[in-house]
Design a protein around this ligand. Structure first.
Ligand code: PLP
Length: 462
């Protein structure tokens, strides 16, 4: 496409005509942007000829790696057979049936039906509506409040951004909408170690925030608790080992729904098919997207438990909800091909038993760097916390986010895509990354930390 346009001219056109997501357009220089034009395996190329290791798997989604012709071919074949038909009016089609069967098989035992959409945000919109409809059907219409957590990410639509616990998002346009209550997150490095509690004690405390919120608001008024198994966009917050067992204890005693937002953790990221498997939770609904198609086409959905499905079947009547592209045939074909690759290549076992432990061991070794206060990783998702003083792990940089951005920029320049969240660097590589590529990843990451430390000390205090 536009092959004769120079890299600079592409950037000018992008600057003039393209509104980017989550971007400060006033601050983004024309030539500061990168035009990514090609990708293969764990590598991406830009139009200036740079080759970079994609340490974020696109945006947490390209689990099987880039350039899989098997998925391309499956989509092409589906599009020439049936490129679109809806699933609204007593109609269905073979790829959506096949994908639903596959997902029911992969999901926990008690979850067997799937509702489709175009991504993670609208999956959470669907969930928001389903929670309310479910309790209305159960004759308990006061159970409408949804409990979420500070620094959660559940998407960018009105419901998604409201369920999210991001201050910046809530500051724009009068969010959150009513009926959502946010509790503390289980963020040991950021909020726990400063309390004087041990990590395990802090995990219990954070879990019991749920119990306290239920008691305060009243169980009669609570519809659901929504959480990511590991918070992703919030900075890869891996909870203390005590957190999920205590949440599970609380949920088993209370009559509220549990929603696992599996948009990042689903499809192998944590070394099991779902984060719910890794942490032993029992969701009533799971939001899925990202790794579902490895990002080859946009798709998301909600997997519901038998408990929800039965109520919808027996008492529901029509659920007045759906998207034109619910169960889009080409996206279904991409998802089926993607999951087929994951199963054939045993990528989930590989993350749990082989490449995950290997990557983790090498990643945790970066914790010895003078700029790093904590290195953490679960499955193939991890973070490095950057700090100003290795002798005092509780100290933070004065200007929050500056050090993270400096390190992130060096990382790009060293041919490695890592993302900055506040003053941490986060990674989520394709599940197909080899040991050799992991070594290359770590070498580039360490060089980027060295470069960032040099830049920061050259600047003096930041
Ligand atoms: C990305 C993400 C979403 C939103 O998904 P989109 O496809 O961007 O709408 C929701 N929840 C989590 C946990 C995510 O990481």
């Amino acid at each position: 496409m536009r092959v004769n346009v120079s890299s600079h001219d592409l950037k000018v056109l992008d600057h003039k005509h393209h509104l980017h997501p989550f971007t400060d357009h006033g601050a983004l220089g024309i030539d500061e942007r990168r035009v990514i034009s090609r990708a293969d395996g764990v590598w991406i190329w830009d139009t200036d000829g740079n080759r970079m290791l994609d340490g974020m798997a696109g945006l947490w989604c390209v689990n099987v790696g880039h350039g899989r012709q098997e998925i391309v071919e499956a989509v092409r074949a589906q599009m020439s057979e049936l490129s679109y038909y809806n699933t609204f009016f007593k109609t269905t089609h073979p790829p959506v049936i096949e994908l639903s069967r596959m997902l029911a098989e992969l999901a926990p035992e008690h979850m067997n039906m799937v509702f489709y959409g175009g991504g993670g945000s609208d999956a959470n919109d669907t969930i928001f509506r389903l929670v309310r409809v479910y309790w209305d059907l159960m004759g308990k219409p006061t159970k409408k409040t949804i409990i979420s957590r500070h620094n959660a990410y559940h998407g960018s639509t009105v419901a998604g951004a409201s369920l999210s616990g991001m201050g910046g998002m809530h500051g724009q346009g009068d969010l959150p909408i009513p009926g959502i209550h946010h509790i503390a997150q289980p963020y040991w490095f950021g909020e726990g170690m400063q309390t004087g509690m041990s990590e395990d004690e802090f995990g219990i405390w954070a879990a019991r925030e749920l119990e306290r919120a239920i008691d305060e608001i009243g169980e009669n008024n609570i519809g659901a608790f929504i959480a990511e198994p590991i918070q992703g966009a919030g900075g890869v917050i891996i909870p203390p080992a005590t957190y999920w067992p205590e949440v599970n204890r609380i949920l088993s005693e209370r009559d509220i729904l549990f929603i696992s937002d599996e948009v990042i953790c689903g499809f192998g990221r944590t070394g099991e098919w779902f984060g719910a498997d890794t942490y032993g939770t029992k969701p009533d609904m799971m939001a899925i997207a990202k790794g579902m198609t490895s990002g080859y086409l946009p798709m998301g959905g909600v997997i519901v438990s038998d408990r929800i499905a039965e109520v919808l079947h027996e008492k529901g009547g029509e659920f007045y909800h759906g998207y034109t592209y619910s169960g889009h045939p080409a996206a279904c074909a991409a998802a089926i091909a993607n999951l087929t690759i994951m199963k054939r290549e045993k990528l989930v076992d590989r993350v749990r038993d082989q490449i995950g432990p290997y990557f983790r061991q090498r990643w945790l070794a970066l914790g010895d760097h003078p700029l790093v206060g904590e290195a953490r990783m679960k499955g193939l998702v991890g973070a490095l916390e950057l700090i100003p003083d290795k002798n005092d792990l509780s100290k933070r940089f004065g200007n929050i986010g500056a050090a993270g951005t400096i390190a992130r920029d060096h990382s790009f320049n060293n041919g490695l895509v890592m993302r900055a969240v506040r003053d941490s660097l986060i990674v989520s590589p394709p599940l197909t990354i080899s040991e050799e590529e992991t070594d290359e990843f770590i070498t580039r990451a360490r060089k980027s930390l060295d470069d960032a430390a040099a830049s920061i000390s050259a600047k003096g205090a930041i």
